[in-house]
Write a protein that binds this ligand. Structure first.
Ligand code: HEM
Length: 858
């Protein structure tokens, strides 16, 4: 991942700048060029060292748990470009600050460091300016009908709201340890309200740790509810961490040291910890910084973290959050708009997701069987190259698909459901193009996710009462609501369910009986273990397991199971991680204010003393423990404080979490232009059918399971309580209201053309561009309302830049015109590539004119 060493342009000012005609000099101006050059070298070197180290670990078959965590946060090229720009900017500003300090022995504040002009130039040179560029939004019929993959332009006034690769929103200003955005607790001696923050691992040990056998089971909720929470979390938020595991300044490998040096923020292991002796710190890497929201002061504002996926509940974990990923997941040769399937393996005749393509060292895949470790006895121990039918990590719309068996099962089921839907829609509308089928199925699946989450999941988590208080009935789309996921939601609130995860993963045979060949697994044996699905019976047994197992109940003294605090991502070696400690450290890394600030934000009482806190938590011993660790309730990390509150009636979370979760989910509903109930999105008949969406039915339709609970989020006591899939309570999704006439009311029967057609967008005919560099087509026709005749549809495409990015294949909202000659097109494309490269690495904006490959319509 070597950085292209930029031949730095001479655009960075070294002039002294005076502020408001006063004599104040911007202290950092004279160091800008030098710092930038140095930052490029340091960032490049750190990325290179990391990549070499990971390659070596892979070849030694010794991938560390922290590498697995990084694997799990893999991001798209566009996210990586954003992170690179932001890290370069951050490192440059940090170096300038140091240079100023060395020369003046003064610690300049933000406003003294750089002029606006310097900062603007820096933003340009690092690439942050172009990252913050806002999109142009179409207003044509297709953009009314289908959401974009990235979430951009959902809100036309604020195209980036809720989109992928924007910073999380903030409901409270961040509280970092210093103006540069150092995490809380960076300096262990630093005090907050006169108290030092306790090491997060100590909090995990003292408050969270629960022996695997010492858990209480939820009497009313199934483990599928827990999995659904994780599934939706993967639809909403993905916080990338820095791609470097080496310290930028020193190059030190942070997987082995306790040195706190950006991006490394290792978790100290206290001397009382049973893990002492192995290593004194657990590796932890800061979440990558973002370029900010585009203001020239972006680089000088407080540090913000990036959401790499779009915020909306739109099943993006199935379809991806970037156009490149979405395209890679499709089967482009399918006339049905299907998603691609695994060509090597099938699950007793049903499909699996494709595998991620891997390098020649595929036999060392992180999702393959562990070698040489103390894993299950059935695992092979040899290191010989794997056979042709070897397994690998699955490829899905979200990089965390392989995290645990439950996620793999849900990904597989929804992949199959998409393909089932397109087939049924095709049966109803044989004239629809593959793109129409894909988009309509995606739209249905997105709506199904919204319905299952709001109608079935949230009431059980928040409690019916909190839902009716905090989530009033839908009143229509509100373009003033920003649906972007909030930092506190991703880094704390929606992690509440980590304390409801069972330590054992049940796998059950047909009839929901134990299968001696595939016994229940300790949770840590099921993480990144895609091979088990393929080689140990498919997804059915995992699904039966989550349907029949209850959720773990969160009670004080039984918070997080040791599978998660002591053995997370225990792989081929290296120190396992601790999910509780990661959550706490992540909150500090993101500068989340403490527990009391959030209580105040939600209009709840603010505890100041042990007695107050004991009253809020309804637990004196726990309140005392917190005060012993933190000194004051103000300092309690918000995640652990929030999960410690007793649940509201009928729900599983306390008042603070209810407030934070409901606020986020309400914004995700009201600020979504494609919310399923919004007028005009679906017909009344379609909405009526969708409202009856059933997860049990989806499981029946996409697995070999023949008996399911009518309500799969509720606990089912015994297999005998399951209903056959043919039972009327397991409602079918009736797609008949999606049938469309193949005649336009004005122009009559549509002439059949090569790629199919649809009336959905006012007789606009959708067709697919060929993939590759050759744009073809123009055989689309549209009904001219004036003459009431069919005529060729005008080509629509913004500019050559956009065509270039989207070309494989063109998205459905672009129509590409005929090429007069492919030589001309190839020439134009090469020219455009050169220009894109030039524009990317040189700050001067080069305006690209339409190259003749595509024509603008907007
Ligand atoms: C076996 C089950 C699960 C495992 C192994 C797991 C593991 C993890 C890990 C390792 C992280 C990243 C921690 C960090 O570096 O900060 C994470 C983040 C997160 N988890 Fe879980 N988790 C599980 C279940 C759940 C469930 C049930 C929910 C919610 C209902 C959930 C919600 C989240 C959220 C919201 C994040 C933050 C995502 C981000 O910002 O990237 N997880 N989880």
């Amino acid at each position: 991942m070597a950085l292209l060493l930029l031949s730095l342009p001479q655009c960075v000012s070294s002039n002294k700048v005076f502020h408001n005609n006063s004599e104040m000099v911007y202290l950092g101006s004279q160091f800008v060029e030098e710092a930038l050059q140095r930052a490029v070298e340091l960032t490049d070197a750190a990325y290179r060292r990391t990549s070499e180290r990971v390659k070596m670990s892979l070849s030694e078959g010794a991938l560390r748990p922290s590498d697995l965590l990084a694997e799990f946060k893999q991001t798209e090229p566009r996210t990586r470009a954003h992170i690179l720009a932001a890290e370069l900017l951050d490192n440059t500003v940090e170096l300038i600050r140091e240079m100023v300090y060395t020369h003046t022995m003064a610690q300049p504040n933000h406003s003294e460091l750089l002029s606006d002009r310097d900062m603007e130039k820096l933003l340009q040179v690092t690439g942050c300016s172009s990252e913050a560029k806002s999109s142009r939004c179409d207003t044509d019929c297709l953009s009314e009908r289908y959401r974009s993959i990235t979430g951009e332009c959902n809100n036309r006034q604020h195209p980036s709201w809720g989109a992928a690769n924007i910073p999380y929103s903030r409901w409270l200003e961040p509280e970092y340890e210093d103006a540069a955005g150092m995490p809380r607790g960076w300096d262990p001696e630093h005090t907050y309200s006169s108290f030092r923050l306790p090491p997060v691992r100590l909090v995990s040990q003292e408050v969270l740790y629960t022996h695997n056998d010492n858990i209480s089971l939820d009497s009313t909720l199934s483990h599928l509810l827990v999995e659904w929470g994780q599934w939706i979390a993967h639809d909403l938020a993905l916080t990338p961490q820095s791609p470097s595991t080496a310290a930028f300044k020193t190059g030190v490998d942070c997987t082995r040291t306790c040195s706190r040096d950006t991006p490394c923020f290792p978790i100290l292991i206290p001397s009382s910890d049973p893990r002492t002796g192995l290593q004194s710190c657990m590796p932890f890497f800061r979440s990558a910084p973002s370029c900010g929201r585009g203001a020239p002061s972006g680089g000088r504002g407080s540090r913000e973290q990036l959401n790499a996926i779009n915020s909306y509940v739109d099943a993006s974990m199935v379809y991806g959050s970037s156009d490149v990923a979405a395209s890679a997941l499709r089967n482009h040769s399918s006339p049905l708009g299907s998603l691609a399937l695994n060509p090597l393996h099938s699950d007793h005749g049903l499909a699996y997701m494709p595998f991620l393509s891997r390098s020649a060292q595929a036999h060392l895949d992180p999702c393959g069987p562990r070698r040489g470790g103390n894993f299950s006895v059935s695992e092979p121990q040899d290191r010989s190259p794997r056979p042709d039918n070897a397994t690998s990590c699955f490829q899905a719309g979200d990089s965390r698909a392989n995290e645990n068996l439950g996620m793999i099962a849900l990904h597989t089921v929804f992949l199959r459901e998409h393909n089932r839907l397109v087939e049924e829609l095709h049966g109803l509308n044989p004239h629809w193009s593959p793109d129409t089928l894909y988009q309509e199925a995606r739209k249905i699946l997105g709506a199904v996710h919204q319905i299952l989450t709001w109608d079935h999941y949230l009431p059980r988590v928040l409690g019916e009462r909190a839902v009716s208080d905090l989530m009033p009935p839908y009143e229509g789309y509100n373009a003033d609501v920003d649906p972007s996921v909030a930092n506190v939601f991703a880094a704390a609130a929606f992690r509440f369910a980590h304390v409801t995860i069972q330590p054992m993963v049940a796998r059950l045979g047909s009839g929901y009986s134990l299968d001696p060949r595939h016994p229940p697994l300790p949770l840590h044996h099921s993480l990144f273990a895609s091979w088990r699905v393929v080689q140990e019976g498919g997804v059915d047994s995992v699904l039966r397991g989550v349907l029949l197992s209850p959720a773990k109940l969160q009670v004080p003294g039984q918070m997080m199971v040791e599978e998660l605090t002591e053995r997370l991502f225990q792989a081929q070696g290296g120190m396992p991680l601790d999910l509780g400690a990661l959550n706490l450290q992540r909150g500090r890394d993101h500068g989340l204010p403490g527990y009391s600030s959030w209580r105040e934000f939600c209009g709840l009482s603010v505890p100041n003393t042990t007695t107050d806190l004991a009253a809020v938590l309804e637990n004196l011993a726990l309140a005392q423990k917190f005060l012993e660790l933190y000194g004051t309730p103000r300092n309690i990390d918000v995640w652990v404080g929030a999960i410690s509150e007793p649940a509201l009636p009928g729900g599983r979370v306390g008042p603070l979490l209810s407030c934070l979760l409901a606020k986020q989910f309400r914004a995700l509903r009201d600020g979504d232009r494609f919310w399923w109930e919004r007028d005009g999105l679906f017909t009344a008949a379609q909405r009526k059918r969708l409202k009856r969406a059933s997860l049990a039915r989806i499981i029946c339709d996409n697995s070999h399971i023949v008996r399911v609970p009518a309500d799969p989020f509720s606990r089912t006591e015994s297999a005998g309580d399951m209903l056959p899939c043919s039972h009327p309570h397991i409602t079918q999704l009736d797609l008949s209201p999606w049938k469309e006439p193949d005649t336009d009311p004005r122009c009559g029967v549509i002439p059949r053309i090569q790629y199919g057609y649809s009336l959905l967008c006012d007789s606009m005919i959708l067709f697919q561009c060929h993939s590759g560099f050759k744009l073809q087509g123009s055989s689309s026709v549209t009904c001219d309302p004036g003459s009431q005749q069919w005529r060729p549809a005008p080509p629509t495409c913004h500019d050559i830049d956009e065509c270039m990015e989207q070309m494989s294949p063109c998205p459905t909202d672009m129509h590409c015109i005929n090429m007069s000659g492919s030589f001309l097109c190839t020439g134009l494309i090469i020219l455009a590539l050169i220009m894109i490269w030039y524009r990317r690495y040189f700050p001067k904006k080069q305006e690209l004119v339409n190259g003749g490959c595509c024509q603008g319509n907007s």
